[in-house]
Design a protein around this ligand. Structure first.
Ligand SMILES: NC(=O)c1ccc[n+]([C@@H]2O[C@H](COP(=O)([O-])OP(=O)(O)OC[C@H]3O[C@@H](n4cnc5c(N)ncnc54)[C@H](O)[C@@H]3O)[C@@H](O)[C@H]2O)c1
Length: 350
């Protein structure tokens, strides 16, 4: 049985420890710089409680750690955990910049350690099936990737104080705005469907007084020659999207053989509705809808992590997958700052 340490006991950590518990792993050590947060989780599992992450990574009873702290701390904690021989599941984004993420990839390769980055959407059955179908559909010629999240507070007048502080709570915790928070997930899916983009153009929008983007658009040139259109947006519309709950995320993938359309469901409520995948065959025009049961995608993710860790399987998504997203975020941001200049993307690690 895998013995797990949780580092960072804030919002996302619950989705990790409950997922591990349901996958049959044991939570043995938990940590947060806020002692009360760590104690609340520790008492639930009769686990050891610490306020310094080093106590967890040096604990001989811990096999695998989940790093659920804010992005600016990921590099230091992951490097230290790998050096102690622990397997690591790191919350997205892998770090808050491409150079640090590349360094982490190299460290995991050097130590041959398990290092995965928790882009949980890869575990949606609809995403798994889309990848299987795409393998038979030839090169991707075009993709539309859209992730719109309902965030009414950002449209209040005046905006909440923590949003107008510099750095804002959003930048402090996540290292960026909508591109980093929501866009990272669909950039990861885009690369999984179509490979690593070779060139990008980015345009970012903010609102008065805010130090982060609420909307980012990008064009990304695909390795097979097609182009992806990308949009991430914190919007004020309560009832739009596939579930009519403000969650409006969909991906359309085109090849010479047909089209796939993917409608995902609310990230932290995926147990309420199933995702939808629609296939159109280019030759016959036949349209097939694949409807999937509602699942807790974090449970599937943690079960997948435990299985891969225990069997010596591939960390999925890999640290390199996480690095690629951080590189794209950096290049899209850089393109925007240069007035929308097209920038070739050179990857620091393969
Ligand atoms: N997969 C997703 O869809 C998703 C959604 C939300 C957040 N996240 C990611 O999860 C991570 C955490 O986000 P959150 O929303 O849970 O934030 P949070 O602020 O709720 O929790 C972070 C916790 O880490 C603790 N912490 C900070 N530095 C620490 C350190 N050095 N050692 C120990 N504990 C430390 C904080 O005290 C806090 O309790 C971020 O990387 C974020 O991008 C992912």
């Amino acid at each position: 049985m895998t013995r797990v340490g949780i580092i960072g006991c804030g919002y996302i950590s619950r989705l990790h420890y409950e997922g591990y518990e349901r996958a049959g792993a044991k939570i043995v050590h938990v940590c947060d710089i806020r002692k009360e947060a760590a104690e609340a989780v520790g008492s639930r599992y009769s686990a050891r409680v610490s306020t310094d992450y080093r106590a967890v990574i040096e604990d001989r009873d811990v096999d695998l750690v989940s790093v659920c702290t804010i992005a600016s701390t990921h590099k230091e904690i992951c490097l230290a955990a790998l050096a102690c021989g622990k397997g690591v599941v790191c919350e997205k984004t892998l770090t808050d910049n491409a150079a640090d993420s590349a360094e982490l990839v190299l460290a995991s390769r050097r130590t041959k350690a398990f290092l995965s980055v928790a882009y949980m959407k890869n575990y949606f059955p609809a995403v798994v099936q889309a990848k299987q179908m795409l393998a038979e559909m030839g090169d991707v010629t075009s993709i539309y990737v859209r992730t719109w999240h309902f965030h009414p507070q950002l449209w209040q007048s005046p905006a909440p104080e923590d949003v107008l502080q510099h750095p804002s709570r959003i930048v402090r915790n996540y290292g960026g705005g909508m591109l980093v928070c929501g866009g990272s997930h669909v950039l990861n899916l885009l690369c999984g469907f179509a490979g690593r983009p070779t060139k990008v153009i980015g345009a970012m929008q903010s609102r008065p007084g805010m130090d982060f983007d609420i909307q980012t658009n990008a064009m990304l040139w695909l390795p097979a020659g097609g182009v992806a259109h990308f949009e991430a947006f914190w919007h004020p519309f309560a009832a739009i999207g596939y579930e009519r709950n403000g969650w409006d995320e969909r991906i359309e993938i085109n090849t010479a053989k047909g089209r796939l359309e993917l409608y995902t469901v609310l990230w932290n409520g995926s147990e309420n509705h199933g995702a939808l995948l629609v296939h159109t065959d280019a030759d016959t025009g036949r349209v097939t809808e694949y409807r999937f049961p509602a699942v807790n995608v974090f449970d599937l993710e943690m079960a997948g992590m435990i299985e891969a860790f225990e069997t010596g399987g591939l960390a999925t998504p890999s640290a390199a997958d996480g690095y690629v997203v951080d590189e794209l975020i950096e290049q899209i941001t850089s393109s925007h700052r240069q007035g929308g200049k097209g920038l070739p993307v050179t990857y620091r690690v393969q």
